[in-house]
Design a protein around this ligand. Structure first.
Ligand code: O2Y
Ligand code: MN
Length: 599
């Protein structure tokens, strides 16, 4: 269940592993082969030493409880480190490469004492796809190894593909908690906040993460490789690495449409990825729930692959009402983090069921009842689940050439002003919509609730280079795609009435809006021209069987010119913060919007 390092043909890889072993000084080195046996052995070890809990009620599932200070991505400790700060741009934390490496080498020195160093060869994307990329993650966390088994393709066939001189992305991770001789381990080792670093060196295709064992900080194939490093590679090579779900929608006549959708966190991205349409005859299938890599194919269209092989979803709020397909995905072979444990050996989280369990053990390991006054699960509690287990996984989700994208959707959570749906006038206007995307914060975000945050293309935390250059890259891609470019839409499922009611039912009913988009692609429905975009009229949205007051629908599709003129000022401020690399053509879009609103 381990690869013999003597069989490694890739000299440069062996040298790098030796160099890191020398620096981090682990007790043992284990080359992962990605086998079921390896997963089971590590799982058993973690259960035996009290690091993980085996769930009696769910086949082959584990529950982990992290340290209370290590529960989420650490944006303040995330760096894009380049030679020149302008390359990282004002939306990223930056420290000069030489300085950051010096600090981190100091931290890595001896950091794996008493632990095993695992070498994980992994592929982002199907191994047989020319669009995939290989990463090698070195980590001292068996929790990370097991999660990487689910989230990526790990194993010997990756090394096979790498050959003796293939390229890979260097991913170094340590929990940053060396063990002295005889020192007993804790169940979730990590370093204090001031020693945590999630560092990216896009000029060297390298990731160095230190001090956190949680999610996006530690599973380096996900946000670090597939978004921050990949976005920088994609810009250099002329493709796109986006924070997008991918879904296939099929109409009653069998015609398929593929949609890529980008939303900031807490906007229901995983729910939309696994949507069950309420409109008769229409079907949705999930290709991916978080990341899309897109290349222009030989026919000039844009093809998307999901580089991941699992879902790392937020548990609280996931239920048979909000996302039945996710619930069915979680029945077996999953890893849970920071969920509550019920007396019958199952996991539970807030809003999973309408009635909470009478008692449970909360995510901190304490006795809990519904009267405890605190949530039983951490708000960022997670599940890691194999994508192949999703009942509505698309049969082509692992297609090596990807699926052709027809539609891009941007959106956010806005209580007022932003309509249910609008279509961009053209690609440039669509890029403007993506670049100005914003969402109001919820309790799931850190900080005040209801504050408007701009999150261009939902990429603010994930763009590995200057945001102004990223906007330009979107414009360039549009130019290359020409009339084969996907149509761009902007949605807001979260608009409220003046008496604070949701105006739109959401969930499966969102399929009505997606259907309108598909029909716009085909040119079979009309749209009204408004100052902010093209919008459906009441008759072109399929509302059959939906009980919605016509007054509510009018409000959902209304444009408040005065409010939008205030928005224009906020967008100018937002572009000002991104700096002088914002393309002039996008700045012109603000003036054009203002003119249309004043007409
Ligand atoms: O909190 C974390 O460590 C993970 S964040 C995350 C996980 C899965 C999908 N998306 C996200 C995100 O922050 O966008
Ligand atoms: Mn995400």
């Amino acid at each position: 269940m381990s690869i013999d390092p003597k069989t490694i043909r890739h000299e440069h890889l062996s040298e790098w592993v030796n160099e890191i072993t020398h620096l981090c000084k682990p007790d043992k080195v284990h080359w992962c082969d990605g086998s079921v046996e390896e997963y089971e052995t590590l799982s058993k070890e973690m259960v035996d030493n009290g690091v993980a809990i085996k769930l009696r009620a769910r086949k082959n599932c584990l529950l982990f409880r992290s340290t209370a200070s290590d529960v989420a991505r650490v944006e303040d400790r995330t760096y894009i480190s380049t030679k020149d700060q302008d390359e990282a741009g004002p939306t990223n934390n930056w420290v000069h490469i030489d300085e950051l490496k010096k600090t981190m080498i100091g931290l890595y020195d001896g950091c794996m004492k008493g632990r095993t160093l695992y070498v994980i060869p992994f592929s982002m994307g199907p191994i047989n796809s020319s669009l995939s990329r290989i990463g090698i993650e070195i980590t001292d966390s068996p929790y990370v190894v097991c999660n990487m088994h689910i989230m990526t393709r790990v194993g010997t066939d990756v090394l096979e593909k790498l050959g003796d001189n293939g390229d890979f992305i260097y991913c170094l991770h340590s929990v940053g908690a060396p063990l002295e001789e005889g020192e007993e381990d804790v169940s979730w080792p990590c370093a204090p906040m001031e020693k945590k670093y999630v560092s990216h060196f896009p000029e060297e295709n390298t990731i160095w993460s230190f001090g956190s064992g949680y999610g996006g900080n530690a599973l380096l194939g996900k946000k670090c490789l597939s978004l921050r490093i990949a976005s920088a590679i994609a810009r250099r090579e002329g493709w796109m690495a986006e924070h997008m779900l991918i879904l296939r929608m099929t109409g009653p006549d069998g015609k398929c449409y593929h949609i890529g959708a980008a939303f900031p966190s807490a906007c229901g991205k995983t729910n939309l990825a696994m949507l069950q349409p309420t409109i008769p005859g229409w079907k949705c299938e999930c290709v991916g729930d978080d990341i899309a890599w897109m290349h222009i194919g030989e026919d000039g269209r844009l093809y998307a692959i999901n580089p991941e092989s699992g879902f790392f979803g937020v548990a609280p709020g996931t239920s048979y009402k909000s996302n039945p397909m996710a619930m069915d995905t979680l029945k077996e072979n999953c890893i849970f983090a920071n969920c509550a444990l019920t007396p019958d050996g199952d996991v539970w989280w807030e809003d999973m069921t309408t009635t909470p369990p009478a008692k449970a053990i909360d995510w901190k390991g304490r006795d809990w009842t519904p009267d405890s006054g605190e949530p039983a699960a951490n708000p960022n509690a997670r599940f890691t689940a194999p994508a192949a287990q999703c009942p509505v996984i698309c049969p082509d989700w692992e297609s090596p050439k990807g699926v052709p994208i027809d539609i891009f959707i941007f959106g956010g959570r806005r209580a007022s002003m932003v309509p249910l749906v609008m279509e961009a006038f053209d690609w440039e206007h669509g890029v403007f919509l993506g670049s100005t995307a914003a969402s109001e914060t919820t309790a799931a975000n850190i900080g005040a609730v209801g504050t408007l945050r701009r999150d261009p293309f939902a990429m603010k935390p994930f763009c590995g280079y200057n945001m102004g250059d990223y906007f330009q890259h979107w414009l360039n891609m549009g130019k290359k795609l020409g009339d084969k470019a996907p149509k761009i839409f902007y949605v807001n499922w979260f608009r409220k009435s003046s008496d604070n009611r949701w105006l739109w039912p959401g969930f499966g009913e969102n399929s009505r809006v997606l259907k309108w988009m598909c029909e716009r692609v085909d040119g079979t429905v009309t749209a009204n021209t408004t100052p902010i975009g093209l919008m459906p009229d009441k008759n072109s949205l399929d509302l059959c069987g939906l009980d919605i007051a016509s007054k509510d629908l009018e409000e959902l599709l209304s444009v408040d010119r005065h409010a939008w003129l205030l928005e224009v000022e906020d967008i100018r401020k937002h572009y000002g913060q991104i700096g002088d690399r914002v393309p002039d053509r996008l700045k012109d879009q603000i003036d054009k919007l203002e003119e249309r609103l004043k007409e």
